[in-house]
Structures are given as structure tokens and as C-alpha cells.
Design a binder for this molecule. Structure first.
Ligand SMILES: Nc1ncnc2c1ncn2[C@@H]1O[C@H](COP(=O)(O)OP(=O)(O)OP(=O)(O)O)[C@@H](O)[C@H]1O
Length: 276
């Protein structure tokens, strides 16, 4: 034992190390992110925040195993990510990803059955998770009869029923009206408190990042590079109107856009590091 009796820090569940991502098409190479590094630990609600086009979705796709980095590496529990897998399930904002000819319960069962889970167990797990998101009564309804918020809940139930190591969420609430969006953020928080899953959440809304996340990675405009990383566990929907919340919003805005606004002659906020 070392004389200082130091406890080694926990290993990250998900590690992005110097990740550069590119698209190669007929019109040449588009660099989406450059040299991006971050660590996600178990039970983190880790948010990728940045302006449109900074490569947030591309990073999520790479973590999902749909595209490979040009440089750097992505590892989950120490193993290189090389392909999609049931340990990383993505929830998108296009809820019409729910096949309309399947009932809500069949929609939740579908990926489990495709992954080899027996029908009886898939059915039990679907009912369990639909109960968790408050949709037990709608198990036999068809998606077109549901509101946008209810479809979002089905997508979340379907993802969590797969028991992924990391839940990947790509602007899942962006298409919802403001009130429903807030409700969904709150429900996600309640689910997380109850279950304690690990989540990687993409958004370009500063307020959403502060409410949903416990840690936020700020990315620069295209191509996305890391601007800063900060803790945000002290914020929730309840604190959204507070002066502390407003101050954090302003500071993040400055970190994200300060240089751009100064370059454009605007009243930008100074880019100072956040060391919380
Ligand atoms: N399939 C593709 N082929 C070529 N370029 C792409 C492709 N998908 C995205 N890009 C480009 O890669 C860059 C990053 O895109 P990405 O969608 O990851 O950004 P984002 O931060 O998620 O943006 P938004 O918030 O608008 O969704 C952009 O310049 C985009 O035009």
C-alpha cells in the first residue's frame, strides 16, 4: 500500500481520446471534429454542447459505432468501439422512427427480439419500461394516436429496455413544443434518479444542457474542438430562473460565441475558463 494511501481514480466508462472525424464525399473532405477528448463515467449525464454544425451528432454517431475516427480512439469499458452494438442505443428526435404498424408495446419489444431476447421476456421488459415512462395504459395503442411527448417516452422506454451501457441522445426533445420539452427534461431527470443510467446527450440549447447534464463539454464552431468542460450538477429545472443559472448561461454563451462576436465587432463576453 502506498504511504499516502491514495485511491486510484475510477476508470471512465466511455473515453474519447483525440478524436478527429471526417466525411469523404464527391465534394471532398469535410472535417466535422478535431482532436476531441472527453471521459464519461458511470451515471454521468454528459452533454455535448455547441453551435449547429460543430459535429455533435457526428461524435454521437462515432460513439454509436456508425462511423470510425480518422484519428484518435473511442473506447467503451476499455474496448475499442468498432461497430454498433446493443450496449449503445441512440434516441433521435425523429420519433417517426417508430414503425406505425406496430403497437407501442411491439415497438419497444422489437429491438430486444432482434437482439435475441425471448418473446416472453421482451414482453415483460416492454411492459415494465412502459410503466416507468407512464405509458402502461397505451401499450396496445398505435404510434399515430400518441402526442409528440408520448412518442418521446416510447423511444426512451425502448432504449432503456435494451439496458445499454450508455444511452445516446441526439437532441431528443428538439422537435417538441417548449412546455412538453420541459416536461420531458424533468421526466428524464426523475428516471435517471431512479435508475441511474449513463447518458451522452447532444443539444445546442445552453439551458437544456444545464438542466439535463451533470457535466458539459463545450465545442467550438465547425470543425468542433473542445472549448471547455464544466460541471453543472447543481442546476435543475427548479433553478432555471435563478440568478446563478442565468450567470452560468451567460458564461457558457461567452465561451461558445465570445470570439465570434468579438471578431464581428459585437459585445462578446470574455472567454474565461470555468474551473468548477
Ligand atoms: N453525411 C455527411 N456528409 C458530409 N458532411 C456531413 C455529413 N453529415 C454531417 N456533415 C457535416 O459535418 C459537420 C458536422 O455535422 P453534425 O451534424 O455532426 O453537426 P451538429 O453539431 O450535430 O449540428 P446540428 O446541431 O445542426 O445537428 C457539418 O459541417 C455537416 O455539414
Amino acid at each position: 500500500m502506498s504511504p499516502l494511501n491514495l485511491v486510484p481514480p475510477p476508470e471512465p466508462l466511455l473515453r474519447a481520446a483525440h478524436v478527429t472525424l471526417e466525411y469523404r464525399g464527391e465534394r471532398g473532405i469535410v472535417r466535422a471534429t478535431e482532436d476531441v477528448s472527453f471521459d464519461v463515467y458511470e451515471r454521468d449525464r454528459f452533454v455535448l454542447l455547441g453551435p449547429s454544425g460543430c459535429g455533435k451528432s457526428t461524435l454521437l454517431k462515432a460513439v454509436g459505432g456508425f462511423i470510425a475516427p480518422q484519428a484518435g480512439s473511442l473506447t467503451l469499458a476499455g474496448k475499442a468501439i468498432t461497430r454498433p452494438g446493443p450496449d449503445r442505443i441512440v434516441v433521435f428526435q425523429e420519433f417517426d422512427q417508430l414503425p406505425p404498424w406496430k403497437t407501442v408495446r411491439e415497438n419497444v419489444m422489437f429491438p430486444m427480439l432482434a437482439g435475441g431476447v425471448r418473446r416472453k421476456e421482451a414482453d415483460q421488459r416492454a411492459r415494465h419500461w412502459l410503466g416507468k415512462v407512464g405509458l402502461a395504459r397505451f401499450a396496445d395503442a398505435y404510434p399515430h394516436t400518441l402526442s409528440g411527448g408520448m412518442k418521446a417516452r416510447v423511444a426512451i422506454a425502448r432504449a432503456l429496455a435494451m439496458q445499454p451501457a450508455v444511452l445516446l441522445m441526439d437532441e431528443p426533445f428538439a422537435a417538441l413544443d417548449a412546455l412538453t420539452r420541459r416536461t420531458m427534461q424533468e421526466e428524464l431527470q426523475v428516471l435517471w434518479e431512479e435508475i441511474g443510467f449513463t447518458m451522452l446527450f447532444v443539444t445546442h440549447s445552453i439551458e437544456e444542457a444545464l438542466v439535463v447534464g451533470n457535466r458539459i463539454l463545450l465545442l467550438s464552431p465547425h470543425p468542433g474542438r473542445v472549448r471547455a468542460e464544466l460541471n453543472s450538477h447543481q442546476f435543475s429545472l427548479a433553478s432555471a430562473g435563478s440568478s446563478e443559472f442565468q450567470a452560468a448561461t451567460q458564461r457558457i454563451h461567452g465561451l461558445l460565441f465570445g470570439e465570434l462576436e468579438r471578431a464581428a465587432g459585437g459585445a462578446g463576453h470574455p472567454t474565461k475558463a470555468i474551473n468548477e
